[in-house]
Design a protein around this ligand. Structure first.
Ligand code: 2PG
Ligand code: MG
Length: 427
């Protein structure tokens, strides 16, 4: 038994200079764990609440001192002397401390910081790498079929090249155009390919008179292009300029983030496409056209978070041609994922720990998706920090992909570099 002897939270800043919660947990055997909570911009309605101080005097009302106090004054006393190695027991205590559906009493940010720091502390006490500890915990998740108990494995990154939507100052409706180095023999080689394509892309954008130097929240370029389609064309050209074969060495992934341009009547307004308004099935037509014209192998949030019927149609039409990943749709929430599985909606799940708020609930979400044969994409948020937990999480659950953002900005590189270290240890 690894007894927790101290739990301490503080307010720190994330990659957008916005306050967030950091938690440190100490065990009586000297094991220490620390975690920092990330933060999204294009959030789903069903996500766990990010508790922010209302007082506009500090950080324009974005401070997290209340969430920090909730950890230090409310949660910490309940965890002293508990076993840090028993993650599900710790997370149950957290859920008893705040049993509201979206963790709105103490804040999802308060709970998540504690949950993740516990895993770090337990791994430190066991003297095993975090990804190994995560693998041990995940393998014990109830209902996980023995056949899908994974060995730790490196995920294939999905890397942001061009940013639009709520993440960059350009005009694109779609949030991200990403690439995957599907033809690379290993992680290290794939990373080099990604950097090469990114560099060529910057040059091509500059040569064509677009912004190819300044970057959006996740490090992708944020050019004001004539259409969403043009963004994909540029990425294909950059792949060729990098002497790689589109569709064989490198494929394209999109995060459409359609929740952020759906209208109240359920139609989709594409401002970049001559301000066209499309019905849900016309949006699917548009995506189908793109899947035919470009080497696209993954589309995230092609439709909005409550357009379940549209998602069902899209899955019938495109589900065997491309991955259809639910982000705002599923919000890492086991019951939303089960609903999707029942309705035949999507075929892959985006996993963001702060959408749900505890590690154990994250495992349950992954396990439900895995059982149904859905793909797993572990994802960072647009607001990140030096915390690298998701790299170990992705390896520990053997996720298919990891989505960290682009390959510039240190809050992103911290994770890519952690995967380089893990790659050595898995050899
Ligand atoms: C997304 C994420 C990461 P945010 O939509 O997938 O790219 O963005 O963290 O703003 O929700
Ligand atoms: Mg998304």
């Amino acid at each position: 038994m690894t007894k927790i002897s101290n739990v301490y939270a503080r307010e720190v800043l994330d990659s957008r200079g916005k306050p967030t919660v950091e938690v440190e947990i100490t065990c009586d055997d000297g094991g220490i764990g620390r975690a920092i909570v990330p933060s999204g911009a294009s959030t789903g309605q069903a996500e766990a609440l990010e508790l922010r101080d209302a007082s506009a005097e500090r950080y324009d009302g974005q401070g997290v001192l209340q969430a920090v106090a909730n950890v230090n004054d409310v949660i910490a006393p309940t965890l002293l002397s508990q076993d840090a190695a028993d993650q599900s027991a710790i997370d149950s205590i957290l859920l008893q401390c705040d049993d509201s559906p979206q963790k709105s009493q103490l804040g999802g940010n308060a709970l998540l910081g504690v949950s993740l720091a516990t895993a770090h502390a337990a791994a430190a006490s066991k003297r095993v790498p975090l990804h190994q500890h995560v693998n041990d915990l995940f393998s014990a998740t109830p209902h996980l079929p023995t056949s899908s108990t994974p060995r730790p494995a490196l995920p294939l990154p999905m890397t942001n090249m061009i940013s639009g939507g709520l993440h960059a100052g350009g005009n694109l409706d779609f949030q991200d155009v990403l690439i995957m180095s599907v033809g690379a023999s290993d992680y290290r080689t794939g990373l080099e390919w990604i950097v090469r394509v990114y560099r060529r892309l910057g040059e091509l954008l500059c040569d064509a008179g677009f912004e190819g130097r300044l970057v959006g929240d996740e490090g992708g370029y944020g050019p004001a292009l004539g259409s969403n389609r043009q963004a994909v064309e540029f990425v294909v050209r950059a792949t060729e300029a990098a002497k790689l074969r589109p569709g064989e060495d490198v494929t394209i992934a999109l995060d459409v983030a359609a929740t952020h341009f759906v209208q109240e009547d359920g139609s989709y307004r594409l401002v970049t496409e001559q301000d066209t308004t499309l019905t849900s099935s016309q949006m699917t037509d548009r995506l189908e056209e793109w899947v035919t014209d470009f080497p696209i192998t993954s589309i995230e949030d092609g439709l909005a978070e409550e357009d379940w019927e549209g998602w069902r149609e899209m899955t019938k039409r495109l589900g065997d041609k491309t991955a259809l990943v639910g982000d705002d749709l599923f919000t890492t929430n086991e019951s939303r994922i089960r609903r999707g599985i029942e309705l035949g909606v999507g075929n892959a799940v985006l996993i963001k720990v702060n959408q749900i708020g505890t590690l154990t609930e994250t495992f349950c979400a992954i396990s439900a998706a895995r059982q149904a044969g859905y793909g797993i994409v572990v994802s960072a948020r647009s607001g990140e920090t030096e915390d690298t937990t998701i790299a170990d999480l992705a390896v520990g659950v053997a996720a298919d992909h990891i989505k960290i953002g682009s390959i510039v900005r240190s809050e992103r590189l911290a994770k890519y570099n952690q995967l380089l270290r893990i790659a050595e240890s898995l050899r």
